[in-house]
Design a protein around this ligand. Structure first.
Ligand code: F3S
Length: 396
């Protein structure tokens, strides 16, 4: 792989051990994928934050990186942790878990990472421009930044995003190159998409059909930003999709349309969407109803507040969002409305990365196919429904 003189010095350890280790990782990755060079990246979004996934071994590795002097040289934001960093007791998170989680966040802060703890950094001002190279992890965030914003990243991991944050570079391969951003198949949607859950189900069906190749959607209507974030999350969950094009919707679709000739077209009907939802459904007895996978936007919090306003919820309704959106919602009185009705709004975490079994959960209701997929994988009886139906059930 070609390295600039500066990059060679970084690899030789002239900028310290942490930079050397990070360069070694990125060069090794680039060699595996046949990258010809490293390219500068403008920002990083780092996953692998929940103590549930990291455990002590992962936490110690992060602390070692910080002790070695690892420091971010570009903007780096952080994915959700395993708990609301303030309201974890109210969530019933065990103390031992909280101690581990705080160590993780401290290590990231020591390295100069912004402790945003959200999977929707693009909703809180971390919005790369079209065409820029970034190093992002977290499947929904990757799909959003590639597809909706038109910036460029591969599906990075926690360690590689941290390495890019520390060095400011990433290996040049995969979705960073035009040739790998061409569509592989056309997905022709033959049913109106009537809710965000429908968009989520479309993503889930598409991920299964396309695995990790690039779909070109036709007739996808006019999805709002929230529909596009849930679609991408689902695409990346049932398959490994990192980029999708939507005709008349996404910024690279027009460019992508020059490669459509000769591609296979797969039609998606209502039946497939309903089957995908049904495939994750059982009948939870005592579910916690969850909204916010991916983390809620302010619009979703407004909608939820309008739905619960004046109600006395009997079931548990939990809403997940980022700290910044929470603060905005609090100023607008939305958190109070939801909490007055008996709901809860938590920051920094979500229904997948929190230690739900230890918190005593028995079942899950969600409007997200990604959330539903992981809920089933973690052994919870699961229900999928639109937000208004979830609120209706929680009110009974
Ligand atoms: Fe985000 Fe957690 Fe869902 S990280 S996409 S809310 S599983």
């Amino acid at each position: 792989m070609y390295l600039t003189r500066k990059q060679e010095h970084m690899l030789d350890g002239e900028e310290g051990l942490a930079v050397r280790k990070s360069m070694e990782l990125l060069v090794a990755l680039g060699n595996v994928f046949g990258a010809e060079k490293l390219v500068p990246v403008e920002s990083a979004h780092i996953s692998g934050v929940s103590y549930k996934n990291l455990g002590d071994a992962g936490t110690e590795w992060l602390e070692e990186q910080a002790a070695m002097g690892a420091k971010c040289r570009i903007r780096a934001t952080l994915n959700p942790a395993g708990m609301d960093m303030e309201k974890w007791r109210e969530m019933n998170v065990p103390e031992e878990f909280a101690i581990g989680q705080k160590r993780v966040i401290k290590a990231f802060i020591d390295m100069g990472v912004e402790p945003t703890c959200t999977c929707t950094p693009y909703l809180i001002g971390h919005v790369p421009r079209r065409g820029t190279q970034v190093a992002w992890a977290e499947s929904n965030a990757v799909c959003f930044v590639n597809s909706v914003l038109g910036a460029r990243t591969n599906r990075e991991s926690g360690p590689t995003t941290l390495a890019s944050a520390v060095t400011g570079v990433a290996a040049y391969y995969g979705y960073r190159l035009n040739e790998n951003r061409k569509p592989a198949k056309i997905i022709d949607i033959r049913t109106p998409l009537e809710s965000r859950l429908d968009y989520s189900a479309l993503g889930y069906v598409t991920g299964k059909l396309m695995k990790s190749s690039v779909p070109y959607f036709r007739n996808m209507g006019k999805p709002d930003m929230e529909s596009m974030k849930t679609l991408g999350a689902a695409c990346a969950t049932s398959g490994g999709i990192a980029l999708w094009h939507g005709e008349g919707v996404t910024p690279e679709a027009e460019w992508a349309s020059q490669y459509l000739e000769g591609l296979e077209t797969i039609t998606v009907e209502r039946k497939e969407l309903e089957e995908a939802k049904a495939g994750l459904m059982s009948d939870p007895d005592n579910p916690t109803y969850c909204i916010g996978c991916p983390h809620c936007s302010i619009k979703e919090l407004e909608e939820t507040a309008n739905l619960v306003k004046g109600k006395n919820l009997k079931g548990r309704l939990w809403v997940f969002t980022s700290r910044k959106v929470y603060d905005d919602a609090e100023k607008g009185g939305l958190i109070k409305i939801i909490e007055d009705a008996g709901g809860k709004v938590y920051r920094d975490t979500c229904m997948v990365v929190a230690p739900l079994h230890e918190m005593g959960w028995q079942g899950v209701g969600t409007n997200s196919m990604k959330g539903g997929h992981y809920s089933v994988a973690h052994g919870f009886p699961t229900k999928l429904a639109t937000v208004d139906k979830l609120v209706e059930e929680a009110s009974k």
